[in-house]
Design a protein around this ligand. Structure first.
Ligand code: 3HC
Length: 690
């Protein structure tokens, strides 16, 4: 065996040159892999003892794509196209033996092999769109030639992979093989090496393009189908254009189109933000300061207190991964309602074809109900999910302390209350943690894991690992009112109200936020959450428009009216009463209403979020700026192509952000606009948030 590079070995076995790639953790196409692949093929071509080439990977996966961390460091030889072209032009047949994930550049490499075999668990995909990119090494030109245009369009616009069985059916792999992948790959390479060439090359076969040539409407249909989901993103459209090029241009011209569009994306702000976000998401799970020897606690049974919307959604997360849950409610009717809602949710998913009837039954059977908290005595984790009231939560934790077994984790789903105060009523504050799920809890990806002053490392580690197990992205935060997510949101909501008082119609404010990329604006969000949240009936604040709307029975979407009026399909229309109330309150406060520019609205909504984020960082409530960004993208719909509030601030430039915040501070004289000391210090040093 010869080491061609530190990442690729060359050996000849039974007349086959075997290139073994080993670049943990995911065999990304780093410089050493590209160099080894190119040198390996060149060597095999000159090697009379080799009649074929086999590419196989060590570790947990086949090549999972280009090395994303290399994108920012500029091009490094050999160019990936050069490697693939060497493979494509090899007269000796090349076989790819695939396990794990052949993604992005990994699948593009496999598509430049003449034959592909894979184990049954292998997955194949072109997920570049999730990085704001398109497959830039021929994937958009080759894949439709193998699996057809329609399927390729679905794969490149969603980024979703397919399994080996489907790949076999579509002709993407030649054989699905047993566990001894290497042996199976070798056998095929020996067989093909003995056959006279030429061996099939993907680029030469246009047959599968004909369907789309005859039916070009397929592109318009795809655009229409994905429009809502991909609003604001550039990459899905660019991917579609490349597939159009595959159909309408000769192969080499199509490659050039692909290259040109890739180059535009890879240097653009959207892809930069999405690449940053890829690493930020993975960074969030890393907790410095916790010894790697600290053991996670086993979680085999979970208790949830409260079977309402939140408790039910939380329970589903566990049942979805096979962990049994016991829900506690205070009366049978509430319990029946809660369990009924869970069943209905699963049945709705089944109706859409995303769950089998059998799975519905299996998951429902994992969720039991009880009226007796004592039934939680054998749970490893108990999550309190009742309404936001400190006295009620303290009472529950006091009782739990007497019921839960030693070592059980006691978690609160509070979204804003003081976790330390809750923990203080127990004799085991080290076992108390916040697990703040976002509504709907069975859908939203974010989990804020709240570390109390006394929460033990083992409990934190378990909370973070558990999130992964139930397929959430966890961000570890400290205790403060609203933690990271809601604390920042409060700032935006306050300023959105100030803008409405100052004369901007709420529909204009919401449109500016929607156009920025949020799924909805501040007032639509308020209506969705319910305006009566935190409203003290009979004790309304006359200068708070939200309270005044509640006085009128306008609680938001659920009552068909809030800031907006809603029709039976929950479509909003502006309500005159809301504008009148804002005008009335403005008049009583001596605020002269005026027209507002979109730029001012956007600035005044986003700058307070950035400023609060800086304060949160300064106080150590969040460990990293990127954790705040992960919170905002997964919990609050911040468009990922803008990276998150802190990344966005970095892209504008902190000096500019600070200048604008100071401008509003001077204008209003309001402490609300006092710039965070961290922001001031970073901006003055010409630095960025980290
Ligand atoms: N480049 C560099 N690092 C990568 C990487 C890549 N393509 N893919 C994964 N990694 C790193 C991760 O950052 C992580 O590092 P860390 O341990 O230091 O945090 C480590 O590998 C493990 O990754 P995950 O935690 O994500 O491991 P999982 O087992 O959960 O998932 C995976 C594995 C499915 C391969 C997932 O990592 C993934 O989806 N990777 C990205 C795949 C991708 O987007 N490929 C296309 C790249 S762009 C491209 O190929 C362009 C081409 O067309 C020219």
């Amino acid at each position: 065996m010869v080491a061609l590079t530190s990442m690729v070995d060359y050996s000849v076995e039974e007349g086959v040159a075997v290139l073994t790639l080993d670049n943990p953790p995911v065999n990304a196409l780093s410089q050493g892999v590209r160099q080894g692949l190119k040198d390996g093929v060149v060597k095999a071509l000159a090697d009379d003892s080799a009649q074929a080439v086999l590419i196989v990977c060590e570790g947990r996966t086949f090549i999972a794509g280009a090395d994303i961390s290399e994108f920012s460091s500029g091009p490094m030889e050999p160019n990936f196209h050069e490697v693939l072209s060497t493979m494509d032009n090899s007269p000796k047949p090349i076989v790819a033996a695939i396990h794990g994930t052949a993604l992005g550049g990994g699948l593009e490499t496999a598509l430049c092999c003449n034959y592909r075999v894979a184990v049954a668990s292998a997955k194949f995909g072109l997920p570049e769109v999730n990085l704001g990119l398109l497959p830039g090494a021929g994937g958009t030109q080759r894949l439709p030639r193998v699996i057809g245009v329609e399927k390729t369009l679905a794969m490149v616009t969603s980024g979703a992979p397919i399994g080996a069985a489907e790949a076999l059916e579509l002709g993407l792999i030649d054989q699905m093989v047993g566990d001894d992948l290497r042996a199976a790959g070798l056998a095929l390479a020996i067989e093909k090496g003995a056959e006279a060439g030429p061996h099939p090359r993907v680029r030469d076969n246009d047959e599968k393009l004909q369907g789309a040539k005859d039916n070009p409407e397929i592109f318009a249909a795809t655009r229409k189908m994905i429009a809502r989901k991909t609003r604001g993103f550039l990459a899905p459209e660019y991917n579609i254009r490349c597939i159009e090029a595959a159909v309408n241009q000769p192969f080499d011209e199509g490659l050039q189109t692909e290259g040109k569009l890739f180059a535009e994306l890879v240097t653009g702000a959207q892809s930069q933000a999405q690449q940053y976000f890829f690493f930020s998401e993975r960074q969030a799970s890393k907790i410095p300061g916790i010894d790697k020897d600290v053991a996670e606690l086993p979680i085999t049974k979970v208790g949830v207190i409260g079977g309402g919307l939140m408790g039910g959604g939380i329970s589903m997360n566990f049942a979805n991964v096979g962990i049994p849950v016991t829900i506690v409610e205070t009366n049978q009717a509430a319990l029946d309602r809660g369990l009924g809602t869970i069943r209905k949710n699963y049945e709705n998913t089944a109706r859409k074809g995303r769950l089998t009837e059998q799975a519905v039954e299996q998951r429902c059977s994992l969720i039991q109900g009880t009226l007796d908290m004592a039934d939680l005595a054998d749970c490893d984790l108990i999550i309190e999910a009742v309404f936001e009231n400190m006295a009620v939560k303290k009472d529950i934790f006091m009782r739990l302390d007497g019921i839960a077994k030693a070592g059980a984790i006691l978690a609160s789903n509070t979204s804003a209350l003081d976790l330390n105060e809750i923990a203080s009523v127990t004799n085991r504050p080290e076992s108390v943690i916040g697990l703040h799920f976002f509504s709907p809890a069975n859908v939203m990806k974010l989990l804020e894991v709240v570390r109390g002053d006394k929460t033990s490392d083992a409990v934190i580690k378990t909370g973070m690992a558990l999130a992964k197990r139930i397929r959430k992205v966890a961000v570890l935060v400290g205790v403060c009112p609203g933690f990271v997510g809601n604390r920042i949101l409060f700032m935006r909501q306050i300023e959105a109200s100030n803008l409405a008082l100052a004369g901007a119609p709420i529909e204009q404010i919401d449109k500016v936020l929607f156009d920025f990329g949020f799924p909805m604006g501040a007032f639509q969000m308020g209506d969705l959450a319910g305006l009566d949240l935190g409203w003290d009936k009979g004790n309304s604040n006359p200068t708070d428009v939200k309270d005044r709307l509640c006085d009128l029975g306008r609680y938001g979407q659920k009552t068909g009216a809030g800031y907006y009026d809603y029709d039976e399909n929950r479509m909003p229309t502006p309500a005159a009463v809301t504008a009148e109330l804002f005008a009335e309150v403005a008049a009583t406060q001596g605020i002269k209403q005026k027209q507002m520019s979109e730029e001012e609205i956007l600035d005044r909504c986003l700058l307070p979020m950035i400023n609060e984020g800086a304060k949160i960082l300064d106080e150590g409530i969040a460990m990293r700026a990127s954790d705040i960004d992960v919170t905002y993208v997964y919990g609050y719909g911040w468009p990922v192509y803008r990276g998150g509030p802190m990344h966005y601030a970095n892209t504008i430039g902190l000096d500019k952000v600070l200048a604008k915040i100071r401008h509003y501070h001077e204008l209003t004289g309001d402490d609300f606009w006092a710039p965070s000391p961290l922001l001031v210090s970073l901006a003055e040093q010409g630095k960025r948030f980290k």
